[in-house]
Every structure is written in structure tokens, then in C-alpha cells.
Design a protein around this ligand. Structure first.
Ligand code: TXA
Ligand code: MG
Length: 320
């Protein structure tokens, strides 16, 4: 991807990095979803993220770094299998939970003894982190750039709509096109003797097994352990129902081979599971723009990314 084509010049990157070092916030694109970034060593900046997101203060945030060489600034140690994962899937849609070093303070880790780290695979995210490091920073704390419980944004316009009113006028939102994965990273707990998936994503259990030689299982659907796993999450204003029988005037989301029920408003018709992931959050946002009251979603079948999609769909449909 060409940075200039996205209207993000080196000068803008330098300005964004300077702003971050002064404690400002910069929302930036990643291949999963857009993140709301702050200097991971600045407690005031990180607390501003919590205010902007209206997020409970004890939830840990992921630190975004540019390279696996940066891991040992934030983590105390890394098991052998975590090295294999870093080698095979970074930069990419994978967050590793590792034992924290003293540099990862409790305002980042939510008081836990571990820290979440990710190298995103997006030229603007990587360019921003590198410029930030060049100016003296070490990593960007960045949760998804949405209000707590809402749908994660996958375009700059969605971040504007979601957060602009809560940001300072000087805070920046960088353009980076549509996030190509479209749902959040796989979170893998690497603090024990073998990896455990805490949140499913594009890096599947099978991929982890291929990389590490260790057999892992996807988390039982509906029973995950991280905050994104609180029951209701990723939710639009419209009521989400997991059902194929959409009524007249209701929104409808399904793979392209599922016909649209008569009178329903088709929000997307992805041909593949990858397209489905890329289009799900865009479609849920579209439902709200159209002020739809109900969206019916037909879940995709299968393993890997389909498991992650069913996880997000189930949560967006959860009641409480
Ligand atoms: O794809 C992604 O992961 C995106 C992009 C922006 O990188 N980020 C993202 O962040 O989804 P967030 O904060 O919305 O979700 C991160 C999840 C949270 O549920 C948090 O509880 C969990 O990661 N997490 C972070 N650090 C953790 C830790 N030390 N132990 C357990 N869970 C952790
Ligand atoms: Mg989130």
C-alpha cells in the first residue's frame, strides 16, 4: 500500500508521533480494525483512552510494536513456542500475552502480571510506530477505536463517527483504507507451557499448531476469558438476531449463496469467509446508518476464521 496514496505523508507521521509523545491520542489503521493509540509509557495518555472509550479502567490494553525485537522491552521472557508464532505470523492479526517486564506498568496490564503485544501488518501502523520509536517512544497502547461495547471501526469514517466528539480537537485520526482482515486479532496466552487461544481471530488453532507443533483448541464458543468476551460486545444499535427468516424492512447478513428473504434489506453478500470478516462490521454500521431496528444474521459454518466470526456475531446478538 502506498502511504501517499492514502494521504498520509511522512510529515503527518512525524506530527502524529510528536503528538503521541506529548500525551495526545492518534487513531490509526491496522489490518484487523482501527486502534486508538497512546504512548504506552504515559499513564495520563492511557487514562484518556479509557475516558474516550468509556471503558472500565481495569481492562488491559494491547501494546503495538514494530518488530519482535521490541518484545523484550515489554515482556520478561518468551517461551520457545511464542518465538515460532512471532516468526510465522508477525506482522499480523495475532496478539501474544506474555509475562510483563517492569516497563509494562499496571495502567497498561490492568494490574495483571502479563502484557499483550502485537506487531500489526499495516504500512501506516508500522510507519507510525517506527517514527514514534525514532522520536524516543517504545510502543503504542491501542484498543479498538470504538466506544465500549460497540462495533469496532474498520474505516477512518467509522472512527470519526464513533469517537470524534470525545477526542480533543488536536487528536488525529489517520486514513488507512478499509481494514483488510476486518475483525480483531487472535489473542493467544503464552504465559504457560502451551499456547491457549483467548479470543479467536484470523490466526486459527490449526495455524498455531502448524507453527508450534503443539495441539491447541479454539475456545469453547461463548466461553472466552478476555474483556472482548463479556457477553454483549461488538453491538450495533439495531437488535441482532441469529436467524435466516428476516422480515420485511429488516437487515439481512449472510454469505452470498443464501438468498435474501422477501422485503429484507441485504447489507452484504460476501462470497468467502474472508469477505464475510471484512464486511461484517461495515454492515452492522450500515444497519445503524439506515436506522434499522433489527438485523438478522446467518452464521458461516466451518473452522478457523468462521469460528471467530461466529464468536463476534454471537456477542453482537447477546442481550446483556
Ligand atoms: O486486532 C486487535 O487486537 C485490535 C487492533 C487495534 O490491534 N485491538 C483490540 O484491542 O481489539 P481491544 O482492547 O479492543 O481488545 C484487546 C483485548 C481486550 O479484551 C483485553 O482484555 C485483552 O485484549 N488483553 C489485553 N492485554 C491482556 C492481558 N495482559 N491479558 C489478557 N487479556 C488481555
Ligand atoms: Mg475492542
Amino acid at each position: 500500500m502506498n502511504l501517499k496514496g492514502l494521504g498520509t505523508s511522512n510529515l503527518l507521521m512525524q506530527e502524529a508521533a510528536r503528538l503521541l509523545l506529548k500525551g495526545g491520542l492518534v487513531a490509526f489503521p491496522t489490518e484487523t480494525v482501527y486502534g486508538l493509540g497512546a504512548d504506552a509509557e504515559n499513564p495520563f495518555a492511557v487514562s484518556t483512552i479509557y475516558n474516550v472509550k468509556n471503558r472500565p479502567a481495569d481492562h488491559p490494553v494491547i501494546i503495538h510494536i514494530a518488530d519482535s525485537k521490541d518484545v523484550l522491552f515489554w515482556a520478561r521472557s518468551t517461551p520457545e513456542y511464542a518465538h515460532a508464532l512471532m516468526r510465522d505470523y508477525w506482522p499480523g492479526p495475532m496478539t501474544l500475552i506474555l509475562s510483563r517486564s517492569p516497563n509494562a506498568k499496571s495502567f497498561i496490564t490492568g494490574g495483571q502480571d502479563s502484557v499483550g503485544l502485537r506487531v500489526p501488518n499495516h504500512p501506516i501502523a508500522l510507519g507510525l510506530i517506527l517514527e514514534f520509536q525514532k522520536q524516543g517512544g517504545h510502543g503504542l497502547a491501542a484498543p479498538s477505536a470504538n466506544r465500549y461495547g460497540a462495533v469496532s471501526p474498520t474505516t477512518k469514517a467509522a472512527v470519526e463517527l464513533e469517537l470524534r466528539e470525545y477526542l480533543a480537537p488536536t487528536d488525529l485520526i489517520l486514513e488507512g483504507g478499509l481494514s483488510q482482515v476486518g475483525i480483531e486479532s487472535t489473542i493467544i496466552d503464552c504465559t504457560g507451557s502451551s499456547p491457549i487461544i483467548l479470543r479467536p481471530g484470523a490466526i486459527s488453532a490449526e495455524m498455531i499448531e502448524i507453527s508450534t507443533g503443539i495441539v491447541v483448541t479454539e475456545p469453547p464458543e461463548q466461553r472466552l476469558r478476555v474483556s472482548g468476551s463479556h457477553k454483549r460486545h461488538y453491538s450495533p444499535k439495531a437488535r441482532v438476531l441469529i436467524d435466516k427468516d428476516a422480515l420485511f424492512g429488516e437487515g439481512f447478513i449472510a454469505l452470498s449463496d443464501v438468498p435474501t428473504p422477501f422485503g429484507a434489506i441485504r447489507l452484504c453478500e460476501p462470497k468467502t469467509i474472508e469477505d464475510y470478516a471484512r464486511e461484517l462490521y461495515v454492515s452492522l454500521r450500515k444497519a445503524d446508518e439506515l436506522e434499522l431496528k433489527v438485523v438478522r444474521i446467518v452464521q458461516p459454518l466451518g473452522d478457523g476464521l468462521a469460528i471467530a466470526l461466529r464468536d463476534r456475531i454471537a456477542r453482537s446478538a447477546a442481550k446483556g
